[in-house]
Design a protein around this ligand. Structure first.
Ligand code: ZN
Length: 503
């Protein structure tokens, strides 16, 4: 198609983004329904619909018309505003990526991942790593190959990291993780010499119906507008967004754990605030939604840990928590509760680990991924290496692969290079706290009153409103200056030194 004017081409650009957003919206609702309300057997009929919709989206995003539209507008880039330029950049990346991977390899990889998911689940349940190993081997091979397609001039693992956090690389991460390790490992050693915190009351019986009421209260405290943000229940908590007026979070209630759902709601609530506070102008375009995994985790972990596990926040919400569970918390006071939700203890399972030791779990995965992709480690040696690193970083013995290298679903889903975002997010958040305080003064005085409006206002103005308009590195630097992990290690050192009286 020949475009007669830039205006006409931009109209076509809006149309194609709107169409793609609509299909993605429909797919997203199907996924959400599948994970929440849909009866088990409904997957049979859903398969066809999902396949058709994926095909339509793939065809649309790889079509020759889109290629022509991109080329035309790119040749007029100097006449376009920055939002348009960024839209083109994102669409170009996606377009090139789908053309770089040969169609037959793409299909074969999707089939492999589909099988690998089921094989991994069975291998985990049966503690049988060797049955999963051949699949992991193929997934690693494909990822190494795709890395070469995406960015042939980069080291393969750097190219994979870039898929999740644009601009990230091993040089930055090596320095980041060694700095974390140097700060965290000595703290853990000192804590091990102190009497353990009693958190047993968190595992009394907490009826699910009351926990649901607590979730409503927490969402209200976070400032989540229930007209635009829903909550449902799933096996594993997550957040999904369709546009900035429709975001859904999920949680999982355990009758014998108060903290599990409580902190998953605050965590997912942080993701939701990011999505809800995006500017309207990005809806139905490729710039809608959060920009990267790392920035997203910075928001969820900010609310979960930096706010949610702070003493002032516990002070603000404890009377309400107690009113929901007067019997269970009869003999518990605010300080006991604060200490219990911050108990630090090296453990085996990443998703159940505490704020202090969490990044060490990520480091283990980072080291292994790096070595797998470079070829320095073979898949059959993953369990031994995993156990060795857990011993070295966390001082724990891994009794079996089920609680070891088979615990996470990420690798079976083809996600290699994704884990570091979790640790980066925590560190980004700590630096944001510092910048925020420089501008707003003592934000914890607000937190103690249960008022998060100035905090969320700051995050909205510096992070949320931009959706995916700025690249993650630029977004962060413009909000907080140069990234420095020291903010995070200082934050952890100060918090846990006081909590465990380590001086
Ligand atoms: Zn998250």
């Amino acid at each position: 198609m020949q475009y007669e004017s830039i205006a006409q081409a931009l109209e076509a650009l809006d149309r194609t983004q709107k169409t793609e957003a609509a299909y993605n919206h429909a797919m997203g609702v199907l996924y959400l329904d599948a994970a929440t309300a849909a009866p088990k057997g409904s997957y049979i009929g859903r398969g066809n619909t999902m396949e058709v919709l994926s095909r339509v989206i793939y065809d649309l995003s790889t079509s020759p018309e889109r290629g022509e539209l991109l080329s035309y507008l790119e040749s007029h880039a100097q006449e376009l505003d920055p939002v348009r330029v960024r839209q083109l950049e994102v669409i170009r990346k996606d377009y090139d990526r789908s053309h770089k991977i040969p169609a037959e390899e793409f299909v074969a990889y999707q089939v492999l991942l589909n099988d690998a998911g089921a094989v991994w689940e069975k291998a985990k349940n049966e503690n049988d790593f060797p049955s999963f190993a051949p699949y992991l081997e193929k997934i690693v091979d494909y990822n190494r190959k795709f890395a070469g397609y995406f960015n042939p001039e980069m080291a393969p693992y750097d190219a994979l990291l870039n898929e999740y956090e644009e601009g990230m690389n091993m040089v930055t991460l090596d320095a980041f993780f060694s700095q974390l390790r140097n700060a965290i490992v000595p703290l853990i050693e000192k804590i091990s010499g102190k009497p353990p915190i009693d958190d047993s009351f968190l595992r009394r019986t907490y009826p699910v119906e009351q926990q649901r009421r607590l979730s409503d209260y927490l969402m209200k405290t976070l400032g989540l507008d229930r007209n635009y943000c829903g909550i449902a229940e799933t096996e594993h908590p997550f957040t999904t967004n369709f546009n900035n007026k429709d975001v859904r979070i999920t949680t999982h209630y355990y009758e014998n754990s108060l903290a599990s759902s409580m902190y998953s709601v605050i965590h997912e609530g942080g993701h939701a605030l990011y999505e809800l506070n995006a500017d309207d102008q990005y809806n139905a375009t490729v710039l809608s939604g959060g920009v990267s995994m790392g920035i997203h985790e910075s928001q969820s972990r900010f609310y979960e840990n930096i706010i949610g596990r702070s003493r002032p926040f516990i002070h603000a919400i404890f009377p309400s928590i107690k009113s929901f569970f007067p019997e269970q918390l009869q003999d518990v006071d605010e300080e006991m509760f604060y200490r219990a939700v911050n108990k630090a203890q090296p453990s085996l399972i990443r998703t159940e680990s505490d704020e202090l030791t969490y990044s060490l779990h990520i480091m283990v995965r980072y080291e292994i991924e790096k070595q797998l992709i470079s070829g320095a480690l073979s898949v059959s040696d993953v369990p031994a290496r995993w156990n060795e690193l857990y011993r070295e970083y966390l001082g724990v013995e891994v009794p079996n692969d089920r609680q070891g290298c088979l615990q996470d679903s990420h690798w079976s889903g083809g996600s290699i290079g994704y884990f570091p975002s979790y640790a980066l997010g925590s560190a980004y958040g700590a630096q944001m706290l510092c910048c925020m305080q420089q501008e707003l003064g003592d934000i914890y005085a607000d937190v103690a009153k249960g008022d998060l409006s100035r905090i969320t206002g700051w995050l909205k103005a510096h992070i949320h409103k931009y959706a995916s308009f700025k690249k993650p590195g630029v977004l962060f630097a413009e909000a907080c200056g140069k990234f420095d992990p020291k903010y995070y290690t200082d934050y952890l050192t100060k918090k846990f030194t006081a909590l465990y009286q380590l001086d």
